[in-house]
Design a protein around this ligand. Structure first.
Ligand SMILES: [Zn+2]
Length: 314
């Protein structure tokens, strides 16, 4: 069974025709014209039509998009990067292609993809945390995406870890995202930039403290810079604090960590996260803890997961 999966990101739309093993048979990729919401809708319809032509056997379409999604109605209620309000994406795709369609949150479909074909393969219960500039997440429980009663559940990035902690974009303080995202790596380094040990990181930012980002700290950490490593250790500890709460809540088979801040930095974040998690899970001496593993599908997780979700329609 072949289905079409479409991953709508803030900078690009990645789409593919995917078979039941998760193999991508044909691909399309175009830029997201985020400032022109109608053009984004037209772009989605265009890549979907092209893939329909390339894979005439396709039987359904799945879309993952950032934002608040009403899965039942197939509507994107709002998106963080695109000026979308109540966009009826599912009906538009069904009208255009004559195929059943489903629209879900991008983190949910990525988690679904990893649970079927990636790092969580074979796991019925999987928590996925995506550490990028922010933190996203998705839960697969009993082999299905967990969305909650109104479709707004599994916002793992805004689980509060430290009520007096750093401000979060959502208006609260000390959210998982504020404490352990790529942006929080940059913030920690900027706060400590006056320390003599920060010299290399400050130099990498052109001598301008305000320009220190998580990427720059990551670059220095990969070269073994002690200051950058200590910032990663601190951030990894907070990642582990959040993961401990997820384990106490869900006791999943596996925890998958994806996203740009975790990719390419090897175990710089995951090693301290595992230690911090293990110390905090209730009864940790007497139980098997879920492995904390890096995501495996990379940028394909969204489109492969969206295509797999479409398969549930047929
Ligand atoms: Zn928040």
């Amino acid at each position: 069974v072949i289905t079409i999966g479409i991953d709508v990101g803030g900078t690009k739309i990645a789409a593919g025709a995917v078979d039941a093993d998760g193999t991508v048979l044909a691909r399309r990729r175009i830029a997201t014209e985020a400032e022109h919401p109608q053009a984004v809708v037209a772009g989605i319809a265009k890549v979907a039509s092209e893939l329909r032509a390339a894979a005439p056997a396709a039987v359904a379409v799945g879309v993952g998009a950032a934002g608040l999604i009403d899965v039942e109605r197939g509507v994107v209620r709002m998106a963080p990067n695109i000026a979308w309000h109540d966009v009826h994406l599912r009906d538009l795709l069904t009208d255009r292609l004559g195929l059943p369609a489903i629209v879900d949150n991008d983190a949910n479909v990525a988690a679904f993809g990893e649970s079927l074909f990636g790092a969580g393969r074979g796991a019925g219960d999987q928590a996925m945390v995506t550490v990028g500039t922010g933190i996203g997440g998705g839960l697969v429980i009993g082999g299905a995406i967990y969305r909650g009663a109104r479709g707004l559940g599994a916002e793992l990035g805004h689980v509060i870890l430290n009520e007096g902690g750093a401000p979060c974009a959502c208006g609260n303080r000390g959210c998982f995202e504020a404490m352990a995202s790529g942006n929080s790596i940059g913030r920690r380094a900027r706060e400590r930039a006056a320390e003599p040990e920060a010299k290399t990181v400050v130099e990498l930012a052109g001598g301008i403290v305000e320009q220190i980002t998580g990427e720059i700290v990551g670059e220095a950490a990969k070269k073994g810079d002690d200051f950058a490593l200590s910032v990663f250790a601190d951030t990894g500890k907070w990642l582990g604090v959040g993961l401990a709460s997820l384990v106490n809540l869900l006791d999943p088979d596996v925890i998958v960590v994806g996203g740009g801040a975790a990719a390419g930095t090897g175990d710089l974040l995951l090693a301290p996260a595992r230690v911090a998690m293990e110390e905090r899970v209730i009864g940790h001496h007497r139980r098997v803890l879920p492995p904390v593993v890096p995501a495996r599908l990379g940028y394909d997780a969204g489109l492969v997961g969206a295509a797999a979700l479409a398969r549930t329609l047929v």
